[in-house]
Design a protein around this ligand. Structure first.
Ligand SMILES: Nc1ncnc2c1ncn2[C@@H]1O[C@H](COP(=O)(O)OP(=O)(O)OP(=O)(O)O)[C@@H](O)[C@H]1O
Length: 366
């Protein structure tokens, strides 16, 4: 999508990330009266590199299914008061918000099984593209998945967003240390990532396992476990507990995502053909539904033909029927931004910019 010099109207604040805030903005073209809404991610100069790297990945992945779309080909640059530079990344607006907020609309935050399967399938569709381009997302979790009303049907669509932790496969984040071993959000991290910090595709597959578990139980994985203990448990190859009450194919699927040996998880594509997700069942069901519908229509059709023929004299084209139907606070300078970001995730803190200061106020979000 090409950005035309347009009028910008702030609609509302959407949320706060580690690198700045996200606002809903309407862009209007005064020439033809057209307009569109965008979720605009704002970052100050010190976090420019992160926003740029997120844009670079989004540009590579633009047009692929279940990946949030970015508008424009570059970051928009503007100046704040006191000459501070601000960079903006325009994203398509997810009117249903992040998946974690979407879950709050459901009793006990639990989804029904068909929705879990649909959403998991969509997340994999997105991951196949991410992995296919040589990246690992490294922070798959409900806060980084966006919900959209489905354009073609009544349901919802899920897209992967927030690529600022994404890395090329094989890279290790600069901030990663053995005593701070979190490449993404701790509760969704895999044992091997805690051991070596290497961004592998398998890390995302473990996170999907956590996510599926969360969609069934409504509870974040490892709830109540402190981070020190969590690191120890993960290093020992432990996985979040899977309730016995889950259907057996779901348990088996989650267990596969939680395989100790990353290779045993398979790839995103391979996991998509696990019986838990196997589309044939869904397709079969759709075909069955379609058959039932057709049968019903056929009966209706026969009935009408009968009625017509009883009213009228039969003609050669008698088959023509009516077609009318149918925590702690901390301060630190802007140095290692990735480190800040991870620390925030660990501490559950979010950034609140404090006027012109180069520092940020951190507030607990737990
Ligand atoms: N495309 C979007 N549509 C609607 N809301 C969005 C969109 N992108 C972000 N948001 C909102 O803005 C918030 C901040 O998003 P952002 O991606 O900056 O950070 P985050 O994922 O919440 O945090 P972090 O970057 O620390 O992981 C989100 O939690 C969400 O509420």
């Amino acid at each position: 999508m090409q950005i035309i010099q347009s009028k910008e109207e702030f609609i509302r604040f959407l949320g706060e990330g580690s690198f700045g805030c996200v606002n809903l903005v309407r862009y209007s073209n005064p020439n033809d009266g057209s307009s569109y809404l965008s979720a605009v991610k704002n970052s100050y100069e010190e976090d420019y590199a992160n926003l740029q790297s997120e844009l670079d990945i989004l540009l590579e992945l633009r047009g692929y299914p279940n990946i949030v779309t970015c508008f424009g080909d570059s970051l928009e640059e503007s100046f704040r008061r006191y000459g501070k530079k601000l960079y903006k990344l325009q994203l398509e607006f997810a009117s249903e918000g992040i998946l974690s907020a979407f879950m709050d609309n459901y009793a006990d935050r639990k989804f029904l099984e068909p929705l879990i399967k649909d959403f998991t399938w969509m997340i994999f569709e997105g991951l196949v593209s991410v992995h296919g381009h040589g990246y690992a997302h490294c922070d798959i979790k409900p806060d980084n998945l966006l919900a959209f009303p489905c354009s073609s049907s009544e349901g919802y669509e899920i897209k992967i967003s927030d690529f600022d932790s994404a890395l090329e496969v094989g890279d290790v984040p600069k901030f990663w240390e053995t005593n701070m071993p979190w490449m993404g959000t701790p509760f969704y991290m895999s044992p091997e990532s805690v051991r070596d910090g290497v961004a592998e595709m398998s890390v995302d597959l473990w996170s999907v396992g956590c996510l599926v578990l969360e969609m069934y139980t409504g509870v974040i994985p490892w709830e109540g476990v402190n981070l020190h203990l969590l690191a120890t448990l993960l290093r020992c190859g432990e996985a979040p507990e899977i309730p016995e009450s889950l259907p057996s194919d779901a348990k088996d699927f989650i267990q596969t995502c939680f395989s100790r040996e990353p290779e045993e998880r398979g790839s995103a594509t391979e996991l998509m053909s696990h019986p838990f997700l196997s589309r044939p069942q869904v397709e079969e069901k759709k075909t069955e539904d379609a058959k039932t519908r057709n049968l019903f229509l056929l009966k209706l059709l026969k009935l009408r033909i009968k009625r017509r023929s009883s009213n009228k004299k039969p003609t050669t084209d008698a088959v023509v029927v009516s077609d009318k139907k149918p925590l702690k606070l901390r301060f630190f300078p802007s140095k290692a931004t990735q480190f800040k970001r991870t620390l925030n995730k660990v501490l559950g803190l979010k950034f609140m910019p404090v006027n012109k200061s180069a520092y940020f106020r951190l507030v607990s979000v737990y």
